[in-house]
Design a protein around this ligand. Structure first.
Ligand SMILES: Nc1ncnc2c1ncn2[C@@H]1O[C@H](COP(=O)(O)OP(=O)(O)O)[C@@H](O)[C@H]1O
Ligand SMILES: [Mg+2]
Length: 275
């Protein structure tokens, strides 16, 4: 029995566990055998059967490679968390926002636009807005725009990326929470933005574990059910009137939250799913 972690290389060494970056996997080889089994090559002559995959890759940098590897995993008999088909279906911000909104969750209103003309000439911006270019994480590809001059500059920068650009209202939030769900377990941290940052997740001045409001716990579990995922990180912001807005669902969230290392929970989940 073996577990392959795809997309991260720093998991504690454990018998039967192998971690590979996507680039390494691509160099060595991933194979869907005729009998439906999944195997990876160890680069020294042997193929190894994979029973479980823990999918930890994300982001647009190697999106094509991710899609190819996920297709093999989805078609194989290996158990994958999150399931490869849910990742293929809802792995990006735009796809999962749509499903979550249809499911009744308070997803932030956002207007994704394809094509630089649409953005540069035909879209009427309101201020302050947030521009999110493509599907980058960790604050990358996002800017807050407060006036027309800054908007024009931001649009000029965004236009050359050839990616979908989402425009959202900037919400002057009073709290920013990351809620991590691993199976049945829920953990929440509050992030406090640095004085020079509007993004609370980029070099926050403080991160602290907080008790989860039942309302957010319920909505986070509902997000997981709607997407068919059992591991996810959901970012919530609370506006000045006390309403919560779902900013994003991260299907491969960081599993180390402050002093908590949730990686063993993820492994346990994978093993439990196989019985
Ligand atoms: N529309 C918004 N209004 C106010 N703050 C926002 C908005 N969108 C994002 N933020 C801030 O930026 C952070 C990062 O945005 P997010 O959409 O979660 O992208 P990332 O994938 O980069 O984490 C959020 O945690 C929040 O603090
Ligand atoms: Mg986020």
């Amino acid at each position: 029995m073996s577990t392959l972690v795809i997309g991260e290389t720093d998991w504690p060494t454990e018998k039967g566990l192998c971690c590979l970056s996507l680039a390494d996997l691509n160099r060595r080889g991933l194979m869907l055998c005729r009998d439906g089994k999944l195997k990876f090559h160890d680069a020294s002559g042997e193929w190894h059967e994979v029973d479980h995959v823990l999918w930890r890759a994300q982001g647009p940098r190697d999106a094509k490679l991710q899609h190819s590897a996920l297709s093999l995993v989805a078609a194989s008999s290996a158990e994958c968390v999150n399931s490869a088909s849910s990742l293929l279906q809802y792995g990006t911000r735009i796809l999962n926002h749509g499903a979550l909104r249809k499911g009744g969750l308070p997803v932030i209103t956002s207007c994704p636009i394809l094509g630089s003309n649409g953005l540069s000439y035909f879209y009427k911006a309101e201020f302050p807005s947030v521009l999110k270019v493509g599907d980058w994480h960790m604050g990358y590809g996002k800017c807050k725009v407060s006036n027309l001059e800054a908007w024009n500059d931001a649009v000029d920068m965004a236009a050359i990326a050839d990616e979908i650009v989402s425009v959202e209202p900037f919400i002057d939030y009073r709290r920013d929470l990351r809620v991590l769900l691993v199976g049945e377990d829920l953990i929440a941290v509050e992030r406090f933005p640095a004085s020079h940052q509007w993004k609370a997740n980029v070099c926050p001045s403080e991160i602290k574990r907080v008790e989860l409001l039942p309302e957010l716990a319920h909505m986070t579990r509902k997000a997981a059910a709607l997407l068919g995922m059992s591991i996810l990180g959901v970012d919530w912001i609370e506006d000045k009137k006390g309403a919560w807005h779902l900013l994003e669902v991260n299907p491969s969230p960081g599993l180390q939250m402050e002093e908590m290392d949730c990686r063993p929970l993820a492994l346990k989940l994978l093993q439990r799913n196989s019985h």
